[in-house]
Design a protein around this ligand. Structure first.
Ligand code: NAP
Ligand code: SF4
Length: 674
């Protein structure tokens, strides 16, 4: 008997049956652009072996003008088809099914050749699009149909037509981007003509025994977006045009509402998909912030959808389904929705991976094999670097002893989980605990391992982490000064007016903690009010007319840095705007280009610029130091003095710009070599 009867039940599509209700949603990983097809094949085959019902590839351009960026992958030649065959064959050999996504970016294409229904530039691209004429539209349809027939030739089980997220087809649907007056614009029947035409001509070209998924934007989250009545009308027309499955798209890329970030409540948009249930006869997939089998099962059991799409969770753990099936949900490495190694990499032009699982997209390069000889390995420090090293060493067959001075594993992850909106870190620490136990690692908590304790091990890995940097500000020893550790560990009383020194990741986290009375990550109605989201049946696009209504800040906070630049520039590419917007909504004052002169009972005294001009006192009750970190080197030095060789990883190695992504990657890579 399984805990997930709905999730693990098959889905009959008529000509074929999916073995369960789990779709690995489309992700642009950058793998196809490496043109290393063995690598691409291994990425998908690894996930097929993990039991997922159906996978969708990253978006493939139907033509150069529709590519997300110049050189974006597509099926243009016999050689492309043969290369994709390598992928589909490997997936089928692994018992999986895979559909290719056809993605035409329209005005989102990062190219001067981009095209759109109307010549209206998007706020997230520097390139104004060219308005298509009748012949131009016909060419786009033909190219999308050709992409589908080539996908079939390449052995794919189906295609997904990308009709959401504000891409080309979505741009025709709403007046926001479609100002045409011909048969492709004006009334809704005209605006929806293009997606319906594309699906119907694809179906005619590929025949009945091929999966055609249409990803439909069910809540646009942009001004002048679709009404829900239009969504239903389109869904019915797409069904009649021959689609096999409808997938849910949430929000355009230009929307100013977070839709997949970690602070978005789990299953935040399943209610939108549910509104469409019963309106069409084909299966409907729901999506966004579903990252555990329990949540996925709930969504299906409540009738929100027929199938669940999860994308990033398959980067974090390719064996998600197999572990759920085996009753080992606690051992599923969780996607914490941080975007740090997936979307931030994609938007930075880098190959994707995963913070939690550095092997994602590196399956052929970061290979973990059984060790030739079993060694005794000591790992000191149970933060992300030490934990990843310990787990990989144990996986390879080594005998691992893991020391930590604290009474719990997790290191700085235990601070991160206290930050409002970062509750997913609880799950990450829980997973590490379960994985460490399952791997048989000997964990010694409350233990300060000394150099002497470590002399007898074959290998010693030092992952002792960091210490707060001393900013050496006169008066910093006063009673009104705290460290970020005091605040994030919840041990200190903080006044009503606070200055935060340092605006890196931790400064932002501390500011968020100080202004927030209660996170809304587990309170969907409150979260929707905070970000101005409403039912698209009531208001076009699902945007509340009154806009975001944030809860007032519980403290007056000023966030400062010495650099004379916008605060938060170093935050994640895809999430930095959310952190900045969140603090701005709570009226946090952000000041750059300052010198810290001194701290006294009146508050924080600053001046501006190299000439130390405009001396000012920021009257605050508490000053919190978040001035970065330095490596904790005491153990490394003691081991060196004793003549015991060691490997130093994570913050103990390099603290600058340290984050969990680098720590976990370094720990895993070291352990793969010992
Ligand atoms: P950080 O990102 O390096 O920021 C340190 C801050 O302290 C900067 O704002 C810096 O700005 C300031 N600073 C540096 N030296 C100073 C000095 N001597 N006196 C006063 N101020 C000084 O470090 P962090 O905030 O401690 O974060 C550590 C790591 O965790 C980072 O890699 C961060 O990305 C990661 N993290 C990430 C997130 C996330 O959301 N992704 C969240 C938390 C932490 P100025 O030099 O301009 O003053
Ligand atoms: Fe999830 Fe973060 Fe991994 Fe991306 S990097 S898959 S968001 S855990």
């Amino acid at each position: 008997m399984t805990d997930y009867p709905h999730l693990l039940s098959p889905l009959d599509l008529g000509h074929t049956t999916l073995k369960n209700r789990v779709l690995m949603g489309s992700m642009h990983t950058g793998l196809e652009e490496t043109r290393d097809w063995n690598r691409v094949a291994e990425f998908y085959a690894t996930r097929a072996r993990g039991g997922v019902g159906l996978m969708v590839t990253g978006g493939m351009a139907p033509n150069p003008e529709g590519g997300v960026f110049p050189g974006a992958a597509g099926l243009y030649s016999a050689e492309d088809i043969a290369n994709h065959r390598i992928v589909t064959d490997r997936v089928h050999d692994a018992g999986g099914k895979i559909a290719m996504q056809i993605l035409h970016a329209g005005r989102y294409a990062y190219s001067k050749d981009c095209v759109a229904p109307s010549a209206i530039k998007s706020p997230i691209s520097p390139f104004p699009p060219r308005e298509l004429d009748e012949a131009g539209i016909e060419k786009q349809i033909t190219d999308m149909v050709t992409a589908a027939t080539r996908a079939r030739e390449a052995g794919y089980d189906g295609v997904e037509v990308m009709g959401s997220e504000g891409y080309f087809l979505n741009q025709f649907l709403v007046r926001h981007t479609n100002h045409r007056t011909d048969r492709w614009g004006g009334p809704y029947e005209n605006r929806m003509r293009l997606p319906v035409e594309v699906v119907s001509r694809i179906r005619a070209a590929v025949g009945p025994d091929f999966i055609v998924i249409y990803r439909l934007s069910m809540i646009d989250l942009v001004p002048d977006g679709s009404t829900f009545e239009e969504v239903v009308q389109l869904a019915k027309a797409i069904e009649s045009a021959g689609a096999s499955i409808l997938n849910t798209g949430i929000g355009w890329h230009e929307a100013r509402v977070p839709t997949i970030a970690t602070s978005v409540p789990r299953r935040a948009f399943a209610w939108v998909t549910r509104k469409l249930m019963g309106q069409v006869g084909i299966p409907i997939i729901t999506s966004n912030r579903i990252n555990t089998p329990q949540v996925a099962e709930e969504v299906l059991a409540e009738g929100c959808a027929d199938m669940v799409s999860m994308a990033r969770p398959f980067l974090a753990d390719p064996d998600f389904v197999a572990k759920a099936q085996a009753g080992q949900a606690a051992l599923i490495a969780p996607c914490i929705a941080c975007n740090q190694a997936c979307l931030d990499h994609t938007f930075g032009g880098k190959l994707s991976s995963c913070l939690v699982n550095p092997r994602a997209c590196h399956e052929t390069e970061l290979v973990v094999t059984p060790a030739e000889a079993r060694k005794s390995i000591a790992v000191v420090g149970a933060g992300p670097a030490g934990l990843s090293a310990a787990l990989t060493c144990a996986e390879r067959g080594h005998a691992v002893t893991l020391f930590d001075a604290q009474d719990e594993i997790g290191g700085q992850l235990n601070m991160a989980k206290q930050v409002p909106g970062k509750e997913e870190f609880w799950g990450l620490v829980d997973w590490y605990r379960a994985a460490v136990q399952a791997a048989g690692i000997d964990v010694r908590l409350n233990t300060h391992a000394s150099a002497g304790d470590l002399a007898g091990f074959d290998e010693v890995i030092v992952a002792t982490g960091v210490l707060p940097r001393d900013p050496q500000i006169p008066g910093q020893d006063g009673p009104n000064v705290l460290s970020y550790i005091d605040v994030l560990r919840g041990k200190a009383r903080v006044g009503d007016r606070v200055a935060v020194i340092g605006a890196g990741g931790i400064g932002f986290d501390v500011a968020e903690t100080l202004v927030t009375e209660k996170a809304h990550t587990d309170d969907l109605p409150e979260w929707m009010i905070e970000w101005g989201v409403t039912d698209p049946e009531a208001h076009r696009g699902g945007l509340a007319p009154e806009g975001p209504r944030p809860h007032p800040a519980v403290r007056d906070v000023t966030l400062l840095q010495r650099k004379a630049q916008k605060l938060g520039r170093g935050l994640g590419k895809t999430t930095g705007w959310i952190h900045r917007a969140g603090l701005q909504m709570k009226a946090v004052e952000m000041i750059g280009g300052v010198n810290y002169e001194r701290i006294d009972a009146d508050g924080l005294h600053i001046s501006y610029g190299e000439a130390r001009e405009n001396p000012t006192c920021i009257a605050v009750d508490t000053v919190v130091l978040c001035a970065g970190q330095v490596p904790e080197t005491a153990l490394t030095e003691a081991l060196t003095a004793q003549g015991t060789p060691c490997h130093v990883i994570g913050g103990a190695d390099v603290a600058a710009e340290l984050d969990a992504k680098r720590a976990i990657d370094q720990g895993t890579r070291l352990a793969a070599t010992l």
